[in-house]
Design a protein around this ligand. Structure first.
Ligand SMILES: *[C@@H]1O[C@H](CO)[C@@H](O)[C@H](O)[C@H]1NC(C)=O
Ligand SMILES: *[C@@H]1O[C@H](CO)[C@@H](O)[C@H](O)[C@H]1NC(C)=O
Ligand SMILES: *[C@@H]1O[C@H](CO)[C@@H](O)[C@H](O)[C@H]1NC(C)=O
Ligand SMILES: *[C@@H]1O[C@H](CO)[C@@H](O)[C@H](O)[C@H]1NC(C)=O
Ligand SMILES: *[C@@H]1O[C@H](CO)[C@@H](O)[C@H](O)[C@H]1NC(C)=O
Length: 341
């Protein structure tokens, strides 16, 4: 069957295509030159090759009739025609060669045609082809289905063959199925409409040394808020309130941090902007709070700041190797002797 079809196609082309554009072989078939042919500049009129000089031949040039043309001159390529695909029938674009114009699906020419052949004229221009600028109403799909908890990103009213539309879900919903669907040649949509599934957050994670203030559930809706509270004497690093986000993840979970003891009982330090003895500082230093110690070298005393981080407050390096943190050349002990601090 396929073989017969192929044979018939070849037969058709042999029979018809040459018939249209080889009129020059039969001068009687060439039209008489028209006055001002549309979209065409006529070459010198002729009846025989001898009237055309050496390089030109007397050939039929469409509405210009028999004309002296240079057969080796080419028409431009590629050619863009709105809403159409163009092609060279024989791969060449010399005088008499043809260009096929095929309208994109859903479009047609003002004449109603979906395909046309253009001819390379003697003036090296392609014969006029009307653009595919008419929407074919028969060739369009119904308005695509609307979906719950989602919407269509395109809001046109006609959806011609070849058009794609995109679905999107509302915030807090996940799209399941095909996001894009296309209007097919047989005017049906290529994919069924997707669905939008509600997104939930899982139960929130446990935080060490913290209470969770929330109703216990197996899933939490987007935008739902819960709270954490650290145990006594611990500092919260982060926000106490945590929200179920639109992607199904919780916002940043806080951490409970241990406060610091200052590991040098008899030193003088700067804490919260004022200078004091360590034993004058009530309780412990908060997470991320700074304490400034003082060091002494041969010439002067200088400050050295340390930060409390989750229970650890390091002494400055000048305290290293000290037996006691209050006497001798170590840290504050020396400084107080100097009366500077
Ligand atoms: C829909 O139409 C309105 C008004 O005609 C326009 O502002 C909007 O950008 C269009 N597209 C969408 C996705 O709403
Ligand atoms: C339209 O064409 C598609 C694929 O070409 C096919 O799956 C579908 O069944 C056709 N629909 C109708 C209604 O003919
Ligand atoms: C949650 O915490 C953030 C930052 O700490 C704050 O901006 C927001 O208002 C809080 N929300 C509630 C409901 O307390
Ligand atoms: C949720 O958080 C995890 C871990 O931080 C991350 O890998 C994942 O991509 C997030 N999910 C979404 C949908 O953003
Ligand atoms: C003492 O410390 C100060 C401040 O850091 C520094 O400028 C100075 O050079 C030091 N002197 C000696 C002898 O180490």
């Amino acid at each position: 069957m396929a073989k017969i079809m192929y044979f018939l196609t070849v037969f058709f082309i042999i029979l018809h295509v040459p018939g249209i554009f080889t009129e020059q072989e039969n001068p009687d078939a060439c039209p008489i030159r028209k006055f001002n042919p549309l979209g065409q500049t006529c070459q010198k009129a002729c009846t025989r090759n001898q009237e055309c000089g050496l390089k030109r031949r007397c050939l039929c040039d469409g509405d210009c009739g028999l004309s002296c043309v240079t057969t080796t001159r080419s028409c431009p390529w590629p050619v863009n025609i709105a809403n159409a695909k163009t092609g060279l029938v024989k791969g060449t674009r010399n005088f008499g060669d043809q260009m096929s114009v095929l309208c994109h699906p859903g479009f047609k020419m003002a004449s109603g045609q979906e395909t046309a052949l253009s001819r390379c004229q003697g003036d090296r221009k392609w014969s006029v082809i009307t653009p595919c600028d008419v929407l074919d109403p028969v060739k369009s799909c119904d308005v695509p289905h609307t979906i719950e908890n989602g919407f269509l990103m395109e809001n046109g009213s006609t959806f011609s063959v070849g058009t794609s539309v995109h679905y999107q879900c509302n915030l807090g919903y996940a799209l399941e199925g095909h996001k894009v669907t296309q209007c097919m040649e047989n005017t049906t949509w290529s994919q069924p409409a997707p669905t939008c599934r509600q997104i939930f957050c899982p139960p929130p994670p446990e935080v060490k040394h913290a209470y969770l203030l929330a109703i216990q559930k197996s899933e939490y809706a987007v935008f739902e808020e819960i709270n954490y509270l650290c145990d006594r004497n611990l500092d919260m690093d982060g926000s106490h309130n945590v929200t179920c986000e639109a992607n199904g993840n919780w916002s940043a979970i806080p951490i409970c941090r241990t406060r610091c003891k200052i590991p040098a009982q008899r030193s003088r330090v700067v804490y919260k902007g004022s200078k004091r003895w360590v034993h004058e500082i009530p309780g412990t230093v908060h997470h991320l709070e700074a304490v400034t110690f003082f060091c002494l070298n041969q010439t002067c005393s200088y400050p050295a700041t340390s930060q409390c981080f989750d229970g650890i407050l390091s002494l400055p390096s000048c305290y290293e190797g000290c037996v006691s943190h209050s006497q001798g050349r170590c840290g504050n002990g020396c400084i107080s002797r100097n009366k500077g601090f």
